[in-house]
Design a protein around this ligand. Sequence first.
Ligand code: SAH
Length: 353
Amino acid sequence: MKSNLTDLDISELKRILTGLDEKPFRSTQIFRSLCRGLDFAEMTDISKTLREKLSEKYRAVSTEIIKTLKSVDGTEKFLFALADGNVVEGVIMRYKYGNTLCVSTQVGCRMNCAFCASGLNGLVRNLTAGEILGEVIAVNKYLGGDLKDERKVTNIVLMGSGEPLDNYDNVVKFLRLVSFSEGLNVSLRNISLSTCGIVPKMYDLANENLPVNLTVSLHSPFDEERKDIMPIAKTYSIAEILAACSYYFDKTGRRYIFEYVLISGKNDTSRHAEALTDLLKGRPCHVNLIRLNEVKERGLASGTEKAAKEFLGYLVNAGVSATLRRSMGKDIDGACGQLRQRYIEETKDQEKI
Ligand code: SAH
């Protein structure tokens, strides 16, 4: 079975080339071509012999777009195929300041949050660093972008399917690859990593010296109620999460963000708004509220726009920095894992026929 050349950093590429009796300086050329999304046949700046040698063992393109869906609001969703036939999804959101790509880090997810489609079938496998990078490469190419200044993907959020900190080594390597100056050169400050709150890994990340934005999915100010929404809350308390966030802030100087999905009657009452305010007031953080994108298998309801605005108003009036995110791409199964879930259902239906 071939492996992905996109999994390798420059020093690993150099080693491979030396092993093939080739000049190590070719590593940069190859890395650049990989980041452009070129297959071996298109790498005309290296010899045919080298291309052949590499293609015996490696794949140049790890992640391919097999389906795109465009929303009326400009959001575009991608279904990516990996070499083993697994599929993951990504979505590009267009803002005034640039294009933010949301990538998946795992096929499925084992966190099983009560509102989320990604965990419906559990975890299938981790994505490799090169496969995550491959999502960015594929979309950048699709948008007509190139390396560095000509890149079309300006920001990245690790908020697609999967729990990034449950795939720690591959995700950290991905962060180094995607920010590497010779390749796509995405500034780490333009990358946000979202976690359900795997506390020890949050400390590890703080110690990596990678100034990415840390986002934590909170979804409740109460430990007991959070356990109903997110099983991971049985392992780590909110107090432990907040301590890890403070450590992250001390290490990186970066304000952290909390994601809060508003679920009707479950976490969007005034009792929740008050407790959330008490918890977060005075902290260097921001709260991103988002109305639930209903996932039919999960049976939870989204509240009204009015209820969401009231919740937001309470936080803001009490001095907590917060915004209500526009829910984008609702018409194209915008929420985490929904498109893949639909794809799996459809292929199952086809198998039945
Ligand atoms: N495992 C990571 C990253 C993936 S989920 C984490 O837990 O943070 C990232 C975010 O996707 C969640 O915090 C939530 O804001 C959003 N999300 C997932 N499913 C959603 C849904 N059905 N409706 C609205 N937002 C959803």
